[in-house]
Design a protein around this ligand. Structure first.
Ligand SMILES: *Cc1c(COP(=O)(O)O)cnc(C)c1O
Length: 369
């Protein structure tokens, strides 16, 4: 069997043509493609404004800055995510306060959240993990009751929805990421989505050296160069045009796995819950309790010897060396997160996986259990 990577971007001839067209023009940055890409995302997600930036992490950073979060402020977030959702809080000197996840959804546990809220709490940053939306109706209510800002890290959830509302449309602002393993890619890139004009204006200024809208060399605030180029934007725009097909195909692959895995006992598969329509980011299964403490790693290693690349999504953020050192967390602080981290396996998940390959992957997994 050929190598089966964990993920693979889907690049069509139309994508290539769209990028080539930009390259043949003279407009490689700050032009019509970025604006068109922003407009298309805003429309697709159902928000007023979208601001394109050069990564999902930059998008998160600009939202933290726009909300004025900084030293002395606490932001409640999940320890089960990609590191960027915590790092963005640290960039501004604010303090991430972790709340453990739910066993069933891998998303932040709302029942454990209230006890983490105090006078210093200023915001909640929740993540739609693996493409599954959080319970945003409840989160919005909780944020409102406690006068907190609410940030949606929907970097893994483009195309997912909750009660018919698209991910990226909840809270004060949402974030998408377009790294090549995401549902659509721009190579590198990200997007801020919001209904707040003020948030849009702040983010547009800060991504462009803090510039005033009209005066090129007037800098009103501390800014960055977080711009997304025309080249990247053209790719994203072209990819977004077929998001429906891409979502459908991801769904079909998930079904394929789900059917094949039916015959293995004790494996927890990703499934949609009432109210959810999920554009899966990755296909993550969880082994039963007996497989903790290194056995999962061994299985992943043996899968790799069969040319099957699996992933460990995610190692707990609170146990990452730099976070541990900074915040003093130890093992056992967030037991559900740790248990999940120890037992999950992300299977290869990309357009074009065949029935034969899916069967091969599942048969190997079965053999190593
Ligand atoms: C991918 C991702 C991001 C953004 O990553 P970039 O590589 O900076 O685009 C942020 N949060 C989560 C949860 C992600 O998965």
């Amino acid at each position: 069997m050929d190598d089966m990577p964990l993920s693979k971007p889907d690049v069509s001839q139309e994508d290539i043509d769209a990028v080539a067209e930009v390259l043949k023009s003279t407009r490689l940055s700050i032009g019509p493609k970025v604006e068109e890409f922003e407009k298309s995302i805003a429309e697709y997600v159902g928000v007023e404004y979208a601001v394109a930036v050069n990564s999902g992490t930059s998008a998160l950073h600009l939202i933290i800055k726009s909300l004025g979060l900084g030293v002395g402020d606490e932001v409640i977030t999940t320890p089960f995510s990609f590191i960027a959702s915590t790092n963005c809080i640290l960039y501004e000197g604010a303090t991430p306060v972790f709340v453990d996840i739910e066993e069933g959804t891998y998303n932040i546990d709302l029942d454990k959240m209230e006890s983490a809220i105090n006078d210093r709490t200023k915001a909640i940053l929740a993540v739609d993990v693996f493409g599954r939306p959080c319970m945003w109706d409840k989160l919005e209510k909780l944020a409102k009751e406690n006068d907190l800002s609410l940030i949606e890290d929907s970097a893994e959830a483009l195309g997912s929805s909750y009660n018919n509302r698209m991910c990226g449309s909840f809270g004060d602002a949402g974030v998408f990421g377009f790294y090549p393993n995401k549902q659509i890619t721009t190579g590198e890139g990200g997007m801020i989505t919001t209904d707040s004009e003020e948030m849009q204006d702040m983010c547009k200024s800060m991504r462009n050296h803090g510039r005033d809208d009209k005066h090129l060399l007037q800098h009103d605030r501390l800014g960055y160069n977080y711009r997304l180029s025309e080249i990247n934007s053209a790719l994203g725009l072209s990819q977004l045009k077929r998001i429906k097909t891409l979502k459908k195909e991801r769904h079909e692959i998930a079904e394929l796995y789900s059917n094949e895995l039916e015959s293995i006992e004790g494996i927890k598969k990703p499934t949609e819950l009432p109210g959810e329509s999920i554009n899966w980011f990755v296909y993550v299964i969880q082994l039963s309790d007996e497989y903790g403490g290194g056995e999962r790693d061994e299985i992943i290693e043996r899968m790799l010897q069969k040319n099957i690349q699996c992933g460990k999504y995610f190692p707990p953020i609170h146990l990452q060396p730099h976070i541990k050192k900074l915040l003093g967390h130890t093992e056992g602080d967030f037991p559900i997160c740790e248990k999940t981290s120890d037992r999950t396996i992300a299977l290869p998940f990309y357009r074009g996986i065949t029935d034969v390959e899916a069967r091969y992957i599942v048969e190997n997994l079965r053999g190593f259990l």
